[in-house]
Write a protein that binds this ligand. Sequence first.
Ligand SMILES: O=C(O)c1cccc(C(=O)CC[C@H]2O[C@@H](n3cnc4c(=O)[nH]cnc43)[C@H](O)[C@@H]2O)c1
Length: 245
Amino acid sequence: MTARPPAADGPARVLVVTAVGAERDAVCAATGPYEVRALPGGQVLHRTGAFDVLAAGVGPAAAAAGAATALTAAALADAPYGLVVSAGIGGGFCPHAPLGSVVVADAIVAADLGAETPDGFLAVTDLGFGTVVHRPDPELVHAVTAATGGAAGTVVTVSTVTGSAARATALADRHPGVLAEAMEGFGVAEAAAAHGVPVLEIRTVSNAVGPRDRAAWRIGEALAALTDAFRALPAALPPALRRTP
Ligand SMILES: O=C(O)c1cccc(C(=O)CC[C@H]2O[C@@H](n3cnc4c(=O)[nH]cnc43)[C@H](O)[C@@H]2O)c1
């Protein structure tokens, strides 16, 4: 992973993009006190330790917009981020990603970006344009899975949450090795790629991907696991991104 120039106040920071405030707060619980910093357009991020944590909203469009805003503000301040992490809860594909487990994406895939045809789904790349996958740095993925006890695998980004066994099976068949489903990773990855900044996606499993069963959700456990993962993350970062407390 290429190192970036240090920020004015030390090593390049890490931008962490979550969907909602509860996920942002779970990340900040790992690193202690934070300061609130305003972004153009009215959003705020929480600066804590090596991390700038932004709750950008649910879904790929909100995630991309928020990530791009924070990346641009940092670049214009001559303090570009060294890494962007899409982080939060997600659905796990049974049995490989059980409730409360950590999944680190080795591929961030847009699973419903394309066209429905009489012969099935065609990704935009099948149609001759666009991008549907971003692949984080393999060495960083390995270091983060080792540090967090997570599993490495594909994380799919959807705009419509899977609600049936048939859809879960179709996704697993199309994406061998898929471990988790969420709604923001590809949007964050597109913003990171536009800025030439490496990306990661870290998910903690709150529910099983499949038939809708809100009663089976374990959001609290997943948020606690997210805090644990971000306590362990700094040790896995390359030296250029480490900040001593
Ligand atoms: O109402 C439902 O049945 C339902 C089922 C799964 C997820 C939702 C959400 O509204 C989740 C939105 C939020 O949480 C992430 N997330 C968590 N689990 C999943 C999932 O199984 N598939 C996709 N996203 C999931 C997601 O990244 C969003 O930020 C509602």
